[in-house]
Design a protein around this ligand. Structure first.
Ligand code: 2P0
Length: 322
């Protein structure tokens, strides 16, 4: 008898970034991070264990893919549950248009929830977050809706995300699609290179851990100017540490700076808008609901048709069991 479980998890964007692993096997980060889970970008994943299968199978948006990383993750679920069966895993990424924003955060959060449930485990949100972390660090945060903090912790048991209290700020995020292609260097590889070669890495760790604490306080105080300033600083400090690696590298493209400068001009004109970038050239603009139209208008040239406006999204959840 088989049991198929489908879970949905939304992607998240870090306001205070995660960059660097103290323990690559357990995915324990150097610093805590703070994120916003987004409404319009999510992954639906179905897991079905079947004792008759000789190996795990994986499809993404209907196309068969190598199951290597998925199998390694399912091994963790098998070890926890005592299940020995292999599984069919089917994922659908719901990303409006080909946005180039498919994310390992939503992918591993949905997989953690569907696989653990299909294997008969009833994990607490904390334990689900710890499990999702083992697939991809940022996935630990996508177990939760809205604002979340991933505590750096000191070991496997203490490194997990949890929701932050809801803010009264009407947060909005506008994604600027600079480039939809595949990234030149994966974030996993580039984190390793930054740790090994960037003279700025120790400074990054010290500043970013303090920034996570400041961000929690700024959010609790509904102080958007401080939330925005901390968001921009964490992103730029992460990219500065990356650029200072040997050999040097940057995820920035020319249009990344075009968008960045438009955000600075908006702010100079009194619009509260702040930019953040991840391991790629796209720019995400954090603002408040009353200013979305002003931001979109300012970015229209040259980004019309390449802007996606979204806001806080819900926690990961089970959609279907059959
Ligand atoms: C973040 N990023 O906090 C940071 C900021 C990208 C830049 O987490 O190696 O896919 O699987 O733990 O979570 C992207 O890296 O990395 C990421 P792994 P992940 O969102």
């Amino acid at each position: 008898m088989t049991h198929a479980v489908t879970a949905r998890a939304h992607t998240n964007i870090a306001l205070i970034k995660y960059w660097g692993k103290r323990d690559a096997k357990l995915i324990l980060p150097y610093t805590s991070s703070v994120s916003l889970t987004l409404a319009d970008l999510y992954t639906d994943t179905t897991v079905e264990f079947d004792a008759a299968l000789a190996a795990d199978t994986f499809s993404l948006n209907g196309e068969v893919r190598p199951a290597g990383k998925i199998s390694a993750f399912l091994d963790l679920v098998r070890a926890q549950s005592g299940t020995t069966a292999h599984a069919h895993v089917r994922s659908l990424n719901h990303v409006p248009t080909a946005a180039g924003l498919a994310s390992s955060a939503s992918a591993f959060a949905a997989l953690a929830m569907a696989a653990s449930s299909a294997a008969g485990l009833a994990l607490s949100p904390t334990d689900l977050s710890r499990l999702a972390r083992r697939g991809s660090g940022s996935a630990s945060r996508s177990i939760f809706g809205g604002l979340a903090i991933w505590h750096r912790g000191s070991d496997d048991a203490t490194s997990f995300a949890e929701p932050l209290p809801a803010t009264t700020l009407p947060l909005k995020m506008i994604v600027v699609l600079v480039d939809q292609g595949r990234k030149a260097i994966s974030s996993r590889q580039m984190m390793t290179a930054t740790i090994a070669t960037s003279p700025y890495f120790p400074a990054w760790v010290e500043h970013n851990e303090a920034a996570a604490e400041k961000m929690v306080r700024a959010l609790a105080a509904n102080d958007f100017a401080q939330v925005g300033a901390l968001t921009e600083a964490s992103s730029m400090q992460m990219h500065a540490a990356i650029m200072a690696s040997e050999p040097p590298f940057t995820y920035f493209e020319p249009e990344t700076l075009v968008a960045w400068q438009k955000v600075q001009a908006l702010r100079a004109g009194g619009v509260p808008a702040y930019a953040t970038m991840d391991a790629g050239p796209n720019v995400k603009i954090l603002t408040l609901a009353p200013y979305v139209d002003a931001v979109v208008a300012a970015l229209a040239e040259p980004f019309a048709g390449r802007l996606l406006t979204t806001g806080p999204g819900p926690a990961a959840r089970i959609l279907k069991e059959a």
